[in-house]
Design a protein around this ligand. Structure first.
Ligand code: AMP
Length: 182
């Protein structure tokens, strides 16, 4: 099963993906992690990426999907959780094309709903380098702008699952398990 998990920064995408990996043997692919690890390498492309990330901006799709494509081609698993890989509306089609290369499709989309106030509270407590309040707000605003078109596309396919991400980690996990029939 190919599952896409989307939601604003701070909604718990990484935490929930990690639990699904541990408990149910999913492999997870996170564009946030892929991009951060490229920055760490200090490569030319990594330097380009940090220009965006350091300002709380999203990275251009071309760069993001080139790196995601490389990681996806290396991955050999029937159950994959795609974490944060769709943020711009045009990435919906790109992800379809990517999984289509292996004859797969996106089966379910988990939407972790969390309002801005709660997201900011969680993120300022987390303290990652790009978690300064003004950068958080910038990321959340970018999310909102792209959000409606993305949601609409998956909703029309009938694969969108709404999750209340204001709950505890355990409660969010339970909602996910139930909705994915795990
Ligand atoms: P995250 O770890 O999901 O909060 O992502 C951290 C940062 O990585 C985001 O603020 C973006 O700058 C970048 N990023 C992650 N996924 C994408 C994506 N699908 N498209 C563009 N930028 C992304």
């Amino acid at each position: 099963m190919n599952v896409l998990i989307i939601g604003p920064s701070g909604s718990g995408k990484d935490t929930q993906s990690a639990i699904l990996e541990e408990k149910f043997g999913f492999k997870s692919l996170s564009t946030g992690s892929i991009l951060r690890s490229e920055v760490k390498k200090g490569s030319k492309i990594g330097k380009e990426i940090s220009k965006y990330m350091d300002q709380g901006k999203w990275v251009p799709t071309e760069i993001t999907y080139q790196l995601l494509g490389e990681e996806y081609s290396k991955l050999d698993s029937k159950n994959i959780i795609f974490n944060g890989v769709v943020r711009y509306p045009d990435q919906v089609k790109l992800l379809d094309n990517l999984v289509g290369l292996k004859g797969n499709k996106i089966d379910k989309v988990l939407l972790l709903n969390l309002d801005n106030k709660a997201a900011i509270e969680r993120l300022t407590a987390r303290g990652r380098k790009d978690d300064k309040e003004e950068l958080i707000i910038s990321r959340l605003n970018e999310f909102k702008e792209s959000f409606e078109s993305i949601i609409e596309q998956y909703n029309q396919r009938g694969i969108l699952i709404n999750i209340d991400a204001s709950k505890t980690i355990e409660e969010i996990h339970k909602q996910i398990v139930k909705n994915l029939n795990l």
